[in-house]
Design a protein around this ligand. Structure first.
Ligand SMILES: Nc1ncnc2c1ncn2[C@@H]1O[C@H](COP(=O)(O)OP(=O)(O)O)[C@@H](O)[C@H]1O
Ligand SMILES: [Mg+2]
Length: 630
């Protein structure tokens, strides 16, 4: 099946240079009878390489297609006789089994809720086949697809990809597999080309130059007919185009096998047809494509159909044979007959002898955190109206508060509550709205901490800026007094804790709506138990204890300290700052006639906020872990 695999290890990676020749006797010597003496030539310079067939007898193939002259783009597979090379951006690396992979599943069985949702499914898919997993809703299509790609392994049975047992060797095979879930897997806020650029950065080796990635993105866009939409935001595309972008994100990793779950759901008939045609072309271009669908209109475009009913495979073969087997004139009528066809008897052959997994010689993927930070930043910039709103609202709120009150403790209280609100609000939707993307990126090896830290750092930065803007406006308009250092430290620490709270909400919510509804449930107690009003000094011991555990109360303590800082304590302060006085007095830190410099409660308050940040970060991490498998 892979005649080149025997030859592959003997050939060193070939660095590209202008005039590089591949031939049986010239240049890079490929000693095989089917290779012409002078077979193919590479010309160009770094950033643009062109490969040309030098009038060879057996022809040269790029990505499974005969060609005369082609631009080389990252991930391209060049075949010369039995040899295959993969272009890694700098070199041509001899590779084995470079085009579509074969898949065979043997007796896949899975149970859930006491019943079998997959029942001894055995099937095989040839390299570069376009296969449809078809059946009514609830038949087990997604379950089978996920079992085939290793996302949710079957309880028993085996899957072989090019003869290698998938489940125990998932890590080695991961790069071969592309998976397009039903939901979008690229950020909706970014323009198409940029979204794909970041998808590629996350999927490809770290030493691939950005210019090469841009060329690859360009080629992928052309392949999917999206060139004209390169600068359009993903979110404003039609359903069909958006699905193509998700397919594109996967193609950038140059998978040998592409799995798609209901890619045509929600598309109009013509968009559905066009997408199916693109998938057909992908398969022809050298990628095995397996996709689930419950619509039959375009099933004739597929090479083979695997028809499921109630977890059992009832048919596996070509579309024409399916019509015959079900005794129908058109494929769309199959559903009416599906109950009448008995399940194929489970094949009793033993599974094929497994081959060893491929050696993993690819260079390491780039560290994801810097890429994710850049992507978050790009999303912010792309959504400039929202960014403007985010920066405008603290100014408006600051002016509004200053208009209503000039009471420094009250102004600081509003600064604290607003900061909590900004942070929670900024973060509460962040994870829940892009779970499908997170799940997919998790499968390509993205770390939970990388993902969460990128979110946390970006959102904390925005929230700190918002909070300081608000504080600046309030201070300019009101003349708050007290220690600026403690006040800024309190607001910055509150911003961090509030982002942690928001992310924890987001990671534990099932839907965006739920996340939005949880925000008041978290924030209103922050007002109630802050110790500002009612003052902590006036609380009964129960509420007082709860209050001491709240982040808002921690901020409030620092604010109270800031108001007294460097001042001589006198009775008049009871009138100036009644709540702050009562709060600090309860902790017996105030003595009449002394200059107030007691940093202990403020340090304790900041430490409590740091602890809240840490705890909520981990809470979000656990939430994220629980959401990984959908
Ligand atoms: N985790 C699960 N727990 C219980 N039942 C499940 C689970 N996953 C799937 N099912 C059930 O298995 C059947 C097949 O599901 P699925 O593969 O999603 O079907 P399809 O994709 O064909 O619509 C359905 O009846 C579904 O309710
Ligand atoms: Mg499904």
């Amino acid at each position: 099946m892979n005649p080149e695999s025997a030859a592959a290890p003997e050939i060193e990676p070939v660095p590209l240079r202008d005039g590089l020749v591949f031939g049986r006797t010239q240049g890079v010597a490929l000693g095989h009878a089917s290779v012409s003496r002078r077979h193919a030539v590479v010309t160009g310079a770094c950033g643009r390489w062109v490969v040309e067939d030098a009038g060879s007898r057996s022809g040269s193939y790029l990505n499974g297609r005969l060609f005369q002259r082609e631009d080389l783009v990252l991930g391209d597979i060049l075949r010369i006789g039995p040899f295959a090379f993969r272009f890694d951006g700098l070199r041509l690396v001899a590779t084995s089994g470079a085009t579509g992979a074969a898949v065979s599943a043997w007796s896949l069985t899975k149970s859930a809720g006491g019943s079998k949702i997959l029942d001894a499914v055995t099937l095989s898919v040839a390299p570069c086949e376009f296969v449809g997993v078809i059946g009514p809703s609830g038949a087990g299509k997604s379950t089978l697809l996920d079992a085939l790609c290793g996302l949710r392994p079957a309880d028993s049975g085996k899957v072989f990809v090019d003869g290698v047992d998938l489940y125990p060797h998932y890590e080695s095979l991961r790069e071969w597999l592309g998976y397009v879930p039903q939901d979008d897997i690229v950020p909706l806020e970014l323009p198409v080309a940029e979204a794909l650029y970041f998808s590629a950065r996350l999927r490809l080796a770290r030493d691939v130059p950005p210019v090469e990635i841009r060329r690859l993105v360009g080629k992928t866009l052309a392949q999917l007919g999206l060139e004209e939409r390169a600068r359009t935001c993903v979110g404003s595309l039609s359903g069909g185009q958006r699905k193509r972008v998700s397919v594109g994100a996967e193609l950038l990793g140059r998978p040998r096998l592409l799995f798609l779950d209901e890619p045509t759901s929600g598309l109009d008939p013509s968009a559905e047809f066009r997408l199916m045609e693109s998938l057909r072309e992908l398969a022809a271009g050298g990628c095995t494509v397996i996709c689930t669908t419950h619509v039959m209109e375009n099933a004739h475009l597929m090479d083979r159909l695997a028809i499921l009913n109630a977890g059992r495979l009832v048919f596996h073969g070509e579309p024409a044979a399916a019509r015959e087997a079900f005794g129908v004139a058109r494929l769309t009528e199959i559903y009416e007959r599906i109950e009448m066809v008995p399940a194929r008897p489970a094949e009793s052959d033993s599974p094929p002898a497994p081959r060893l997994p491929p050696a993993r010689h690819g260079s390491r993927r780039a560290a994801a955190l810097p890429i994710l930070l850049l992507r978050q930043w790009a999303i912010l910039r792309a959504d400039w109206k929202n960014l403007l709103l985010a920066l405008g609202q603290p100014v408006v709120i600051g002016l509004m508060v200053a208009w209503v009150t000039h009471d420094p403790p009250l102004v600081l209280f509003f600064a604290m509550i607003s900061t909590l609100w900004f942070g929670c609000g900024n973060a509460a939707q962040e994870i829940v709205r892009e779970l499908p993307m997170f799940r997919r990126e998790r499968l390509i090896g993205l770390g939970r901490h990388e993902y969460l830290l990128a979110k946390f750092l970006t959102l904390a930065r925005i929230t700190v800026v918002q909070s300081l803007l608000l504080y600046g406006v309030m201070r300019a308009a009101v003349g708050i007094g007290g220690s600026v250092g403690w006040q800024i430290a309190a607001l910055a620490a509150t911003a961090f804790a509030s982002v942690g709270l928001g992310l924890a909400i987001s990671a534990h919510s099932r839907t965006i709506l739920q996340a939005v509804m949880l925000v008041p449930l978290v924030l209103i107690p922050q007002i109630l138990f802050s110790g500002f009003t009612p003052p902590a000094g006036d609380m009964k011991s129960g509420p007082y204890l709860v209050s001491r555990a709240m982040p808002s109360a921690a901020t409030q303590v620092v604010m109270d300290v800031s108001l007294f800082w460097d001042k001589k304590i006198s009775g008049a302060m009871r009138v100036d700052f009644p709540t702050a006085f009562s709060n600090l007095n309860r902790d017996r830190s105030l003595r009449n006639g002394q200059v107030f410099r007691n940093s202990k409660p403020a340090v304790a308050g900041l430490s409590a906020l740091a602890a809240w940040t840490f705890a909520t970060y981990w809470l979000a991490w656990f939430g994220l872990r629980g959401k990984e498998r959908g």
